[in-house]
Design a protein around this ligand. Structure first.
Ligand code: UGA
Length: 452
């Protein structure tokens, strides 16, 4: 194997690593996926993706069968196999503050480095505070055998859950943060499958070659921008509501300006998930350390706007149910609320930092009896909130409810017939937390409708 077709390993087979390992095998690379989590590796090796991602199961089974894809829990095997090692482990928010927890990155690098015996490239993909690549280089210098001549590169990823396969096979750009021609060549070789596919489809994938710090910052800057765009439109939603205007029309109208663009401009319950919320916090923490905290102070506001959306649903619930909104929040005891949606967005089973579950918690705390239904996220949600009631179907959730809250814009909810649901409920009140329902249809079916 040379720079033409390097053998690839992916350390950390969570969302990012598993998707990359599978998709790069699909592009014809010899791939080894690694994780310290044995049950997870066993699952993947037996052809089962441990999370919900459209199209990924099929690709996993196909490439396992094709012999291009294997999984292991052994660092020795990873070191022996790979020319390019991608670090794909998680960087969650630390328990003690806003900063990112780098312990998994450190564990992966210190686990692998001493085992390396020949020239290899270690590529960071995880979302990290700027400066991490240099730190990884130091760890390697300390732990890798001298003759191994290990180099480091940084190449962040931009995949979105629900579109992950497409985002890996057809990225809208790739970033190569490198220090040497050799590292560039190896990264190029390990992305050749991506470039070849683009060529056959008459597309181009822009490559941005940068230093380490820029590559690291590209990722957090992109997520900070996306989060800001969402909070911007949600701030407009607050103003629209006070002024009696319609934020959906407003978003459509400003979005026609290509400088603004109409995507990521859906007002509603705001952003959640494992990336945007923690990334904007870690970014602020890092800016603070760098002495430029002021530059990112607006991200604190972005976070606050986002959190207010969740509280707003509870206020709306109180208004609709005629319960006074006291300083300690409303008292919703004795009321039955159906919550449709638990995942942080549709077409995913992920409930990490889910705005929907955050609202469920608030409603329960206010005394309401809550019945949650989600098409894919039930088992994850039940693990997260064991004390809450879950319904097996949409109709079970809605039965006898005093209020229905749609908190994730699943197609099943958008397509539900409000006239049929009206017959099941105790009170025809609905909060459209994602502005995803056909308001006219619901109103005609007799519902008291509130959007965000
Ligand atoms: C996000 C980024 O979009 C990816 O580019 C990035 O690679 C990824 O984080 C990551 O850092 O790994 P993801 O977390 O999968 O991807 O979810 P998004 O599709 O970005 O949605 C995030 C949240 O924003 C969801 O809760 C969604 O409901 C909300 N959202 C999105 C809105 O409220 N309004 C919008 O207009 C768009």
């Amino acid at each position: 194997s040379g720079a033409g077709r390097p053998r690839l390993t992916f350390l950390g087979t969570g969302y990012l690593g598993a998707t990359y390992a599978i998709c790069f095998a699909e592009m014809g690379y010899e791939v080894l996926g690694f994780d310290v989590d044995e049950p997870k590796i066993a699952k993947l090796a037996s052809g089962e993706v441990p999370f919900h991602e459209p199209g990924l199961d099929e690709l996993l089974r196909k490439n396992l069968a094709g012999g291009r894809l294997r999984f292991t829990t052994s660092y020795d095997e990873v070191a022996e196999f790979g020319d390019v090692h991608f670090i794909c482990v998680g960087t969650p928010q630390r328990a003690d503050g806003l900063a990112a927890d780098l312990s998994y990155v450190e564990a992966a690098v210190t686990g692998l480095a001493p085992k390396l015996t020949r020239k290899a490239l270690i590529v960071g993909k995880s979302t990290v505070p700027v400066g991490t690549a240099e730190w990884v280089e130091e760890i390697i210098a300390r732990h890798a055998p001298e003759q191994a001549q290990v180099e480091v590169a940084w190449s962040p990823e931009f995949l979105q859950e629900g579109f992950a396969v497409e985002d890996v096979l057809r990225p809208n750009r790739v970033i190569f943060g490198v220090k040497s021609e050799w590292a560039y060549g190896m990264l190029y070789g390990s992305h050749k499958g991506v470039f070849d596919l683009a060529m056959t489809e008459d597309r181009e994938v822009p490559v941005v070659v940068t230093d380490f710090a820029t590559a690291e910052l590209v990722k957090v800057a992109a997520n900070a921008f996306l989060a800001t765009k969402i909070s911007f439109i949600n701030a407009m939603a607050e103003v629209c509501e006070a002024a009696g205007a319609d934020v959906t029309q407003l978003a459509r109208a400003i979005g026609y300006d290509p400088r603004i663009g109409n995507r990521f401009l859906r007002a509603g319950l705001g952003f959640g998930g494992a990336c945007l919320p923690k990334d904007i916090r870690a970014f602020q923490a890092r800016a603070q350390e760098l002495g430029v905290g002021e530059a990112l102070r607006f991200l604190h506001e972005v976070d606050l706007i986002n959190q207010r959306r969740r509280q707003r649903v509870v206020q709306l619930a109180a208004e609709l149910l005629d319960r006074p909104n006291g300083p300690a929040g409303p008292d919703l005891s004795g009321l039955r609320i159906a919550v449709l949606g638990a995942t942080f967005k549709p077409n995913s089973d992920d409930v990490r930092d889910s705005p929907a579950l955050s609202v469920v918690r608030k409603l329960s705390r206010a005394g309401a009896s809550v019945a949650v239904y989600d098409p894919e996220g039930m088992s994850n949600a039940e693990r997260e909130l064991p004390e809450v009631g879950f319904a097996k179907t949409l109709t079970d959730a809605v039965a006898r409810a005093d209020l229905v809250c749609v908190l994730t814009e699943w197609e099943e909810f958008r397509n539900a017939d409000p006239a049929t649901l009206a017959e099941l409920v105790n009170g025809k009140r609905v909060i459209d937390g994602r502005n995803c329902l056909d308001q006219g249809l619901w109103v005609r079916a007799g519902w008291d409708y509130r959007g965000m």
